[in-house]
Design a protein around this ligand. Structure first.
Ligand code: CU
Length: 172
């Protein structure tokens, strides 16, 4: 019973350790395209975060990477149109609005090195989510289940031995 409790605790700790990092991978952040500025203009995010720009103005806007990584093209004013991009690699990404760059409609996305330093940190959210789930199942699931089966088998064996002993005593 004590070992069962210990295993339950280990499973819980594993869940608490792995689950938050899995959730952090798929975060979403919104940047509004106003007339004529990005709001907020400069943001810091974790790797794997998806940034969605939302057309919130009346003028046409774009979100265009200076490095050519992404370009929404013109999103019509008043359309409420959106453009999303997922940032996996740490670094600073500067971008601008094609019609309003001269008016200072520029922004930046800073992707942190991430709290979790692992080879999966730069992969896409879907790719990192499944290995984490597998690791969780391997650390928490099977040992607990097999121990339950073992405990049940042992209980049955002990019952059998006791029953046998009782029967023998009665017989004698
Ligand atoms: Cu603009």
């Amino acid at each position: 019973m004590k070992r069962l409790l210990q295993l339950t605790m280990i499973s819980l700790v594993a869940l608490l350790t792995f689950a938050p990092s899995a959730w952090a991978q798929g975060e979403e952040v919104t940047v509004r395209m106003e007339d004529n500025f990005f709001d907020p203009a400069n943001i810091t995010i974790e790797p794997g975060t998806t940034v969605t720009w939302v057309q919130s103005g009346d003028n046409p806007h774009t979100t265009t990477s200076y490095d050519g990584l992404w370009d929404s093209g013109i999103i019509r004013g008043g359309s409420g149109g959106t453009f999303s991009f997922t940032f996996d690699e740490p670094g600073t990404y500067e971008y601008f609005c094609i019609p309003h760059e001269a008016l200072g409609m520029v922004g930046s996305i800073t992707v942190t090195g991430g709290a979790m330093v692992s080879p999966t940190a730069t992969a896409s959210p879907t790719a990192t989510a499944s290995p984490t789930a597998t690791a969780l199942a391997e650390t928490g699931g099977p040992p607990f289940t097999s121990l339950l089966a073992l405990a049940a088998t042992l209980a049955l064996a002990v019952c059998g031995v006791i029953a046998l002993a009782l029967l023998r005593r009665r017989g004698a």
